[in-house]
Design a protein around this ligand. Structure first.
Ligand SMILES: O=C(CO)[C@@H](O)[C@H](O)COP(=O)(O)O
Ligand SMILES: [Fe+2]
Length: 213
């Protein structure tokens, strides 16, 4: 059984509360929240005030994916807004190790993310420190892109780099039943999916299909 993290980037932003209530009723494992600053990625989404506004709609953990430059300048704001996990990108900050520990000392989980072009070796010396590794299977910035197949090999490499059975490997981008199955087979624990769920004619069936992988 895969853990499923629907990305609200593909939800109707005018009805975010309804989307969260729907996910709450489906008992998904995480709600994936894509924060983009228009600098680290060429798109701008939402920040702490929006996260704070949707927090009362559910107690499902908020999995906050920061696609922002210098996340060290604002992680506390996301924690105060209700993040349960914060994942940032290796190349968005200079001292990733320090930031991971700052996030964990605040009492929440910390993750590190790799873009499609990045070598998994760059996270080797963080694997004992993080709670999760988020493998981007598209270039970050937008929902609805096609899965990049080299992520399958990368997941196997990261899995082979650690003895930690509790290290969560999560994949994000272009996930559907087929690509999700390949990633679970490669050693992934959790699947982020945006357009597959929210653009599906039956979003509940889409969530259930991913859970079963
Ligand atoms: O972080 C991102 C995009 O940068 C993702 O979380 C997307 O929201 C995934 O959307 P789909 O590829 O599943 O449509
Ligand atoms: Fe994401």
């Amino acid at each position: 059984m895969a853990l499923v993290a629907p990305s609200i980037l593909s939800a109707d932003f005018a009805k975010l509360g309804e989307a969260i209530t729907f996910l709450d009723e489906r008992a998904v494992d995480y709600i994936h929240i894509d924060v983009m600053d228009g600098k680290y990625v060429p798109n701008l989404t939402f920040g702490p005030p929006v996260i704070k506004a949707i927090r009362p709609f559910t107690s499902i953990p908020f999995d906050v994916h920061l696609m922002i430059e210098k996340p060290e300048d604002s992680v506390e704001d996301y924690i105060a807004a209700g993040a349960d996990r914060i994942t940032f990108h290796t190349d968005a900050t200079i001292h990733a190790h320090r930031l991971i520990h700052r996030i964990k000392e605040a009492g929440i989980k910390a993750g590190i993310s790799l873009n499609p072009s990045q070598n998994p070796e760059s996270v080797r010396y963080l694997l004992d420190d993080v709670d999760l590794v988020l493998l981007m299977s598209v270039n970050p910035g937008f929902g609805g892109q096609s899965f990049i197949p080299s992520t399958i090999e990368k997941a196997k490499q990261v899995r082979a780099m650690t003895d930690r059975e509790d290290l969560e490997i999560m994949v994000d981008g272009g996930i559907n039943e087929t690509t999700g199955a390949a990633m679970v087979e490669a050693g992934c624990d959790s699947l982020v999916a945006g357009s597959y769920i929210f653009k599906h004619e039956d979003p509940m069936a889409a969530i259930d299909a991913l859970k079963r992988l």
